[in-house]
Write a protein that binds this ligand. Sequence first.
Ligand code: FAD
Length: 517
Amino acid sequence: MDPGSNSLMWFRKGLRIHDNPALDYAAKDSKHVYPVFVIDPRYMEPDPTAFSPGSARAGLNRIRFLLESLTDLDKSLKNLGSRLLVLKGEPSEMVIHCLKEWNISKLCFEFDTEPYYQALDDKVKSYASLVGIEIFSPVSHTLFNPAEIIQKNGGTPPLSYQSFIKVAGQPFWSSSCLSTSLSCLPPPGNLGSCTISEVPSLNDLGYKESEEQDERTPITGGESEALRRLSESIADKDWVANFEKPKGDPSAFLKPATTVLSPYLKFGCLSPRYFYQCIQEVQKNVKRHTSPPVSLLGQLLWRDFFYTVAFGTPNFDKMRGNRICKQIPWDSNDELLAAWRDARTGFPWIDAIMVQLRKWGWMHHLARHCVACFLTRGDLYVHWEKGRDVFERLLVDSDWAINNGNWLWLSCSSFFYQYNRIYSPISFGKKYDPNGNYIRHFLPVLKDMPKEYIYEPWCAPLSIQTKAKCIIGKDYPKPVVSHDSASKECRRRLAEAYELNKKLNGTVSEEDLKKLR
Ligand code: FAD
């Protein structure tokens, strides 16, 4: 390549300098490198009341995390002699405009498996190929290349973790092929007529810190924070060696039981390959350690598993037209959905988790299990797609493949089919936190409720409710359903739906589902 040429590095996820093969390649033999991030209006909906199910709009915490990550990236790029060029608009149009304006000969961006990015990339790639721009789009958001795994598996994705592990084998890369950090970058050249800005503020994007947001999420964005958190997690070698999921306390919030690295992996502030390598390093130096699927390394493999299935399954994010999803006649009950979303179910364990979701944008894996099971097959029988949408907006780590994969799992629509195993919204949390400290923290209205009643405040005599300054039905809602009868009815309806799926073997129509409603 001509050493005087210009490269465009298109950041989307992969908001990092370390282990970023697209950035390394952009820097190689280039006179100018243009590091670009496009703010995509598709994700912006500042008004929480305008949120409509099915939209990809992001809540305040995730946008704040993104902006913090961009600011951190800009700072790192400045240390390398460059800067981040921020644009706003439909990403493929903006990138094509830049390619034209800046006389780019090399376009570099991380490969993305999400259908939305695949469609954007196709548009940009077809323009670039047409005008002879070199394209470099490596896989670095996952440990494995999902396309290769699917090919190795005969054209379809492996549908169980064990078969995934068998097909995947060891990651192809070794420590020597993980790129080292750059020491400097060629600066961007003339910016032409492109409208470039600094990293915007929340205000610039129309988001406002809400007044009710009295507790701000402790999760702040950026590669620097990701690497700090990673070294903190792996410094405790015994903890890494003995990590075992699903053991671990979902109610621990002062010191969560898992790494809380998911938001950093989602935005690519942390390389999963680097994370994997750090865990391997710890494992090499201890006598014994846990193994996949329960080990920490095993968690990263779960991530790759869901990425691979999602990439190889058309309509992965829907029930209809999704060949791996059981067809179930879920109820469409907006009142129950709203009660769940707004932490008004009357079950303190469920409501506290939903408050943590709104305030922090993160909850422990088992806490997610509990609320997802409660909304769908456990109690309310509401469609998993609706719950998925709420998570998609509010989670800081909201990730298309992992979120959909886990909702399919928890609703017994795919991967896991033991619908008789339901999480009790009363006794499950109590096992870990008999005093209800988690509930008291996230639902302060219940902070003075005696521990005997904290999981079932509706059972407290009125005198106790009065003393705790929390009258059920006035200060805190009555339960929206009776768990015993609702869960029994859910089991019955799922048994019926499973029977129908078996009988019709993948040809269940909307009409067939209607008959079961
Ligand atoms: P750790 O236990 O420290 O694990 C390390 C990393 O492994 C995680 O950061 C994550 O990248 C990966 N990982 C862990 N568990 C899983 C899993 N079950 N599936 C796939 N990858 C996993 N995770 C997301 O990252 N984004 C989502 O949108 C998301 N939605 C979920 C929805 C539901 C209904 C459920 C039940 C789970 C969901 N998860 C999601 C998976 C899991 O709960 C989180 O990844 C985990 O709790 C993040 O915390 P951590 O980083 O401390 O995890």
